[in-house]
Write a protein that binds this ligand. Structure first.
Ligand SMILES: NC(=O)c1ccc[n+]([C@@H]2O[C@H](COP(=O)([O-])OP(=O)(O)OC[C@H]3O[C@@H](n4cnc5c(N)ncnc54)[C@H](O)[C@@H]3O)[C@@H](O)[C@H]2O)c1
Length: 337
C-alpha cells in the first residue's frame, strides 16, 4: 500500500517513522507546507518528498492509496474535503476543525463521498483505557458512580500556538471527553466548567486558561470530573480513575506516573516520569495507524469516525460556553447533536 502523509511536524514526523516501518506500507510519500521539513522526514524514513497538491493530483509521484493528515489544525477540514473528493481514505489528527460549522462541513464532504475518515484519538488504543473499558462493560466495577480524568502537560506550548489551539478544552481536554464516552459507553448530559489564567501571562493575553476543570453529568447519572493544566512541572500526567459500587481502577498509574506520595510509607518519586505524549502513548499511536491500514484494506470497521470527533468537540464547546457564562450547560443547547 502507498500512503501519503501531509504535515511533517512533531506528530507527523513520528507517524511517518511508524508508517515507514509497517510491513503493509510499500511506499510512503510525505508533504509539508514547508518543503524543508518534508525533505528532512523523507531523508530519515526513506519516503519520497512531494508537494501537498501533488498528493491529490499525482503530479509528483502518483496518487497514494490513502492519506494521513498531520498538518496544523486549521488545514484539516480542507484536506479532509480534498481527500474525500479524490476518493481517498483519510486518517486525520484531531481535531477536524476548531468550530462546529467547520467540523460539520468536512463531515458532509466525507458522507457525500462515502469515504473513510478515521480520527486520531489514540487513547482508544492504549492498553490501560482498553482494560478500563472492558472492566466497565463487563460490570466488574458494579454501578459506576464517579470518573476522574486528568490531563496535565509538563510545560506550556509556545505563545504563538495558543491563538491557533482553540483553547484548553478543545485542544487538550477533548481527548478526555472522547475517552470518557468510549470507556463508559454513555453520553454527557450536562457540563459545568471553569478555568484559571493565574499562570503565565500569555494565557491571559490569548483569552485562554492554563488550568481548567469540568464537571460532567452522564446520561445515567454518573458524575465525571476532567481537569487539565499546561503547567505540571512533575511531568506528563494522563490518568483516569473509575469508581463503582464494587471496585475502582486507575488508568495511567504506574511507576512512571509523575506523582509522589506524601505518605511516609508510600512509593517515592518516579525515577523516570513520563516526559510527554510521544513517549507515553507511543504504542497507542502505532496501534491506531495499524488499525487505519486495516480499515483501508477493508479488514476492520472504522474505530473512530468523524461523528465520534464531533461528539467530543460538542462537549468542549459546551465547556467553553459554561466557563464564559459561568453556568451549567445542557448538551442539548449545543448544535450539531
Ligand atoms: N493525537 C495527539 O496526541 C496529537 C498530538 C500532537 C498534535 N496533534 C495534532 O496534530 C496536528 C499537528 O500538530 P503538531 O504538534 O505536529 O504541529 P507542528 O506545528 O509541529 O507541525 C505542523 C506541520 O504542519 C505543516 N503545515 C501547516 N499547514 C499545512 C498545510 N496547509 N499543508 C501541509 N502542511 C502544513 C507545518 O509546516 C508543520 O510542519 C494538530 O492538529 C494537533 O492538534 C495531535
Amino acid at each position: 500500500m502507498r500512503i501519503g502523509l501531509i504535515g511533517t511536524g512533531r506528530i507527523g514526523a513520528f507517524h511517518a517513522e511508524v508508517l515507514s516501518r509497517h510491513p503493509a506500507v510499500d511506499g510512503l510519500l510525505v508533504a509539508d507546507a514547508d518543503p524543508e521539513r518534508a525533505a528532512a522526514t523523507a531523508a530519515r524514513t526513506g519516503a519520497a518528498a512531494v508537494t501537498v497538491g501533488g498528493m491529490f493530483t499525482g503530479a509528483d509521484a502518483g496518487v497514494p492509496d490513502a492519506v494521513v493528515i498531520c498538518s496544523a489544525t486549521a488545514s484539516h477540514a480542507g484536506l479532509i474535503a480534498r481527500a474525500a473528493r479524490a476518493g481517498l481514505p483519510a486518517f486525520c489528527e484531531k481535531p477536524i476543525a476548531l468550530d462546529l460549522p467547520g467540523t460539520l462541513g468536512a463531515l458532509a464532504e466525507v458522507e457525500a463521498a462515502g469515504s473513510v475518515l478515521q480520527l486520531g484519538f489514540m487513547r482508544r488504543f492504549d492498553a490501560g483505557y482498553a482494560a478500563a473499558r472492558a472492566a466497565v462493560r463487563e460490570g466488574r466495577l458494579g454501578r459506576l458512580h464517579t470518573v476522574r480524568a486528568v490531563t496535565s502537560d509538563p510545560a506550556p506550548p509556545p505563545a504563538a500556538y495558543l491563538p491557533l489551539s482553540g483553547g484548553l478544552y478543545r485542544d487538550c481536554l477533548v481527548h478526555d471527553f472522547d475517552i470518557l464516552r468510549w470507556v463508559t459507553g454513555r453520553e454527557v448530559r450536562e457540563v459545568y466548567a471553569t478555568g484559571s489564567d493565574a499562570g503565565p501571562g500569555m494565557f491571559r493575553a490569548a483569552g485562554d486558561v492554563d488550568t481548567a476543570a469540568a464537571l460532567l453529568t452522564l446520561d445515567d447519572g454518573t458524575l465525571a470530573t476532567a481537569t487539565a493544566t499546561r503547567c505540571n512541572g512533575a511531568g506528563y500526567d494522563v490518568r483516569m480513575e473509575l469508581a463503582g459500587e464494587l471496585d475502582q481502577i486507575a488508568v495511567g498509574l504506574d511507576d512512571r506516573t509523575p506523582v509522589t506520595s506524601a505518605e511516609p510509607l508510600g512509593p517515592g518519586a518516579p525515577v523516570k516520569p513520563w516526559p510527554g505524549f510521544l513517549e507515553r502513548f507511543a504504542p497507542a499511536y502505532e496501534a491506531e495507524l495499524d488499525a487505519y491500514l486495516r480499515v483501508v484494506r477493508g479488514e476492520l470497521a472504522n474505530p473512530c469516525d468523524g461523528r465520534e470527533a464531533l461528539s467530543a468537540l460538542r462537549i468542549a464547546e459546551a465547556c467553553e460556553v459554561s466557563r464564559r457564562e459561568r453556568r451549567p450547560v445542557a448538551m442539548a443547547e449545543i448544535p450539531g447533536g
